[in-house]
Design a protein around this ligand. Structure first.
Ligand SMILES: [Zn+2]
Length: 504
């Protein structure tokens, strides 16, 4: 209930009571003399409390409706099925494509809602905001033009049009925004600011509202501030159970370096966020976690997050040094790509901090020589590093329709050449859940090199990457190709995908 409705309630109550009082007064004053006095007495004794009572009731109703308003609004489960936005499509072209696909479906659905004679504006706004949250939008723009109202989302800095809303219903849409943010409906010619809370599947959000009068009506910008985000879960990324356990043990270390290698768009950052989420869950909220990023991808309330700005001379290395002065327990550095950051990171990993970062290298074994090329002392590198990981991203098979497929002769040859077992693998079919494609979401393929005493010696001796790789295999590392084939054997993806993303 908004402010106008509350005033109406109060006025209606007062009118009712005044009418009743005048009725009582007229009847009570019919008789003369003592009856008149009796009537007057009755008014004083009975009607006054009634009047006060009704004013009190109106106040209570007003306060109660305010309290109801203050509750976060839950977005009703939308009846439309939006395409899946996998946490692993976190960066690059894949994500942009997935977002566009999602907005297309959302736009079509909302256009259908808006095209009705009497559109359900409340439902429309709920679904619009739900779509904005799920597509990862930072802003929603509702901008009136001569022919219609353009509704657009800003996703990762790019403005994407969602639909054109019918001109004639524009005022009702703006009123809905005003009701949500408790702004006066009659104010049409002045800029207004407000906000409203929104409960979403990913936790609470605060929507900052800005309304600006324009020549075609009021224009609205809604800024979505995520006050609590749900970080991606480690277990959902594609670690086989045994590897997950081993990795989680490493995340419990008080100090050291954990470095993730992979190409752009291989989901490295997502792996790091999931790792930080796991650390926070297991160590508790008192663990201080700091990040230095470019750009900040998830806004996490309990992390101290710093954005580097290379153009203004604020680099990863400077950010890292500044963060170290605050002495956090765990540090995430977006990427190690220069000697200064590399050296500072190694120092951090040797002085009581667990440091997670990403680096451009072809394999887990290749990370060491990459850092030595950057001028890091092999001896320090060997003692500071706890583990290196390498990862690739493969399309996930739809678990609802996948089916066993006979091994093709080429695949058999490739498996034999890699010394891997043949056996049963799966292929795509296509069903309603995956829109006929046979694929759903993404799965990561991991290779993890835990630094053992033997590996430490090898790094120290500056041996070439392929020899470190060989040694790591003997020490129990499952290389990327074998790990990918295992994922395919489990039905998470296809052999063809594995060969495509891993090679070999
Ligand atoms: Zn399917």
């Amino acid at each position: 209930m908004n402010r106008a409705a509350r005033v109406l309630w109060a006025v209606a109550g007062l009118v009712l009571v005044a009418g009743f009082a005048s009725w009582v007064y007229r009847h009570a004053s019919l008789g003369a003399g003592p009856a008149m006095k009796l009537g007057g007495l009755y008014l004083q004794v009975a009607v006054t409390p009634l009047l006060l009572g009704s004013v009190g009731l109106a106040l209570v109703l007003g306060v109660a409706s305010r309290a109801v308003d203050a509750l976060p609004r839950r977005v009703a489960a939308p009846p439309l099925k939006l395409p899946e936005l996998s946490p692993l499509a976190a960066d690059g072209e894949d994500r942009a494509r997935a977002v566009r696909e999602m907005l297309l479906v959302l736009g079509r659905h909302l256009r259908g809602m808006a095209a009705r004679n009497e559109p359900d504006i409340i439902g429309f706004m709920d679904q619009l905001m739900d779509g904005a949250i799920r597509s990862g939008a930072s802003d929603v723009h509702i901008h009136p033009l001569e022919t219609g109202t353009r509704i657009a989302f800003r996703v990762h800095g790019v403005l994407e049009q969602v639909l054109v809303f019918p001109r004639e219903h524009h005022p009702r849409l703006i009123n809905r925004v005003k009701v949500l943010s408790r702004l006066p409906l009659y104010q049409l010619d002045k800029p207004q600011d407000g906000h409203f809370p929104l409960a979403t599947q990913d936790g609470p959000a605060d929507i900052r509202v800005s309304i600006l009068p324009t020549n075609h009506g009021e224009s609205v910008a809604l800024r979505i501030a995520r006050t609590g985000v749900r970080l991606p879960q480690l277990a959902a990324l594609g670690f086989p159970p045994a590897l997950l356990e081993q990795y989680q043990r490493l995340l419990a270390l008080p100090q050291g370096l954990i470095l993730v290698a992979g190409a752009t768009g291989s989901g490295k950052t997502t792996s790091l966020y999931a790792s930080l989420g796991h650390i926070q869950q297991t160590r508790g909220e008192l663990t201080r976690i700091a990040t230095i990023e470019d750009p900040i991808e998830f806004d996490v309330p309990l992390f101290a997050q710093t954005q580097v700005n290379a153009e203004q001379g604020f680099t990863f290395a400077q950010g890292l040094r500044a963060v170290l002065r605050q002495d956090p327990n765990v540090i995430m550095v977006g990427e190690i790509r220069d000697p200064e950051t590399a050296r500072t990171a190694i120092q951090a990993g040797m002085s009581g901090h667990l440091l997670l970062s990403t680096i451009h290298a072809n394999s887990a074994a290749g990370v060491f020589n990459r850092l030595i090329e950057m001028g890091v002392e092999p001896f320090l590198l060997a003692s500071a590093t706890a583990a290196t990981l390498s990862q690739r991203l493969a399309r996930g098979l739809c678990p609802h329709c996948r089916t066993e497929m006979p091994l093709t002769p080429e695949d058999a040859v490739r498996l034999d050449a890699a010394g891997l077992e043949r056996g049963t693998f799966y292929g795509p079919v296509g069903c309603e859940r995956c829109e006929g494609s046979g694929y759903l979401g993404r799965t990561a393929i991991y290779e993890m090199l835990a630094v053992t005493p033997a590996i430490r010696e090898a790094i120290n001796a500056k041996v070439p990457s392929d020899r470190i790789q060989e040694l790591a295999r003997r020490e129990g590392m499952v290389p990327l190709l074998a790990a990918g084939v295992e994922r395919a054997r489990a039905g998470a993806t296809t052999l063809r995908e594995v060969f495509r993303v891993v090679g070999g």
